[in-house]
Design a protein around this ligand. Structure first.
Ligand code: ASP
Length: 273
């Protein structure tokens, strides 16, 4: 099993141990790459210090809307703007095993509740305080005109995991999105080629400013660069060509091993056995 996970670009390296605790969940005898990445991301969603599941950033209206995705060698499942659900990655897994690729909003939420994942307890005190600060900054209508400026200062965070086991690669990703986001905003995380990609050169997951990642299809680009230049250089190239003012972190795994690359600090952990 080759497995690497991250706690979101911008997350301090002091959290490496928390990420390692999650990685261990994915390293159980007999697990496939797909089962492993889902187990790891679920564990990170349950840790309220990361921006996914419980502990997700709040939208400007005070709601929590999350995006998650999973890809195996065989299929893809994504959810976007899902609410009141403890583990969005488990709902993405259900979509992965359905005839659909991407389920959004109410449908995703209903499915999550029906399958027993309902939670009214996703908002942490820290996130409520963070929202208060944002609202004070944005404040008046006048200031809202400066919205773009504030959004350029946004903070994100996403949890992700990629694995390679027994000839198969898999990727999983989950996020509460970025700060200063309005309801309905969807980033890169649930979009194939943007927030994640699995192909002949392995599995890739991205974290960072979703709009910029999506414009550049950074995960697919990284996958293709790995094909040309190998794991390490492939990831580095994509980070180097990304505008420095925007955040980007990447993790990738294939039969050669696993790597990460980023333009800010990023908590991470890996196992190769
Ligand atoms: N990529 C995530 C988003 O834009 C946030 C992050 O990873 O920092 O929703």
């Amino acid at each position: 099993m080759i497995l690497i996970a991250h706690g979101g670009v911008g997350s301090p390296r002091e959290r490496d141990e928390q990420v390692m605790k999650a990685v261990e969940k994915g390293y159980e005898e007999g697990m496939s790459a797909l089962e492993a990445v889902i187990a790891v991301v679920e564990e990170l969603e349950n840790d309220p210090t990361f921006n996914a599941g419980r502990g997700s950033r709040l939208r400007l209206d005070g709601s929590v809307q999350m995006d998650a995705a999973v890809q195996s060698e065989h299929n893809i499942g994504s959810v976007a703007a899902i609410e009141e659900v403890k583990n969005p990655i488990r709902i993405a897994e259900i979509v992965h095993d359905s005839p659909y690729l991407l389920l959004v909003g109410d449908s995703a939420t209903k499915l999550g509740k029906k399958r027993g994942f309902e939670s009214k307890d996703l908002k942490t005190e820290d996130r409520i305080d963070e929202l208060e600060e944002m609202r004070e900054k944005l404040g008046t209508e006048e200031k809202l005109k400066d919205y773009k400026k504030f959004y350029d200062e946004m903070q994100g965070g996403t949890v992700g995991c990629v694995a390679y086991e027994d000839g198969e690669a898999a990727a999983a990703v989950s996020t509460g999105g970025t700060s200063y986001s309005i309801r309905g905003r969807v980033g890169d995380s649930p979009l194939i080629g943007s927030g994640f990609y699995v192909g002949e050169h392995g599995a890739v997951v991205a974290t960072g400013k979703g709009e910029e990642i999506t414009k550049r299809l950074s995960s697919k680009r990284c996958h293709d660069m790995i094909g040309e230049y190998g794991l390490e250089r492939g990831c580095e190239i994509v980070v180097e060509e990304f505008p420095e003012e925007h955040t980007l972190g990447l993790i990738a795994a294939n039969k050669e091993g696993c790597v990460s690359a980023d333009n800010r600090q990023m908590a991470r952990a890996s196992i190769e056995e």
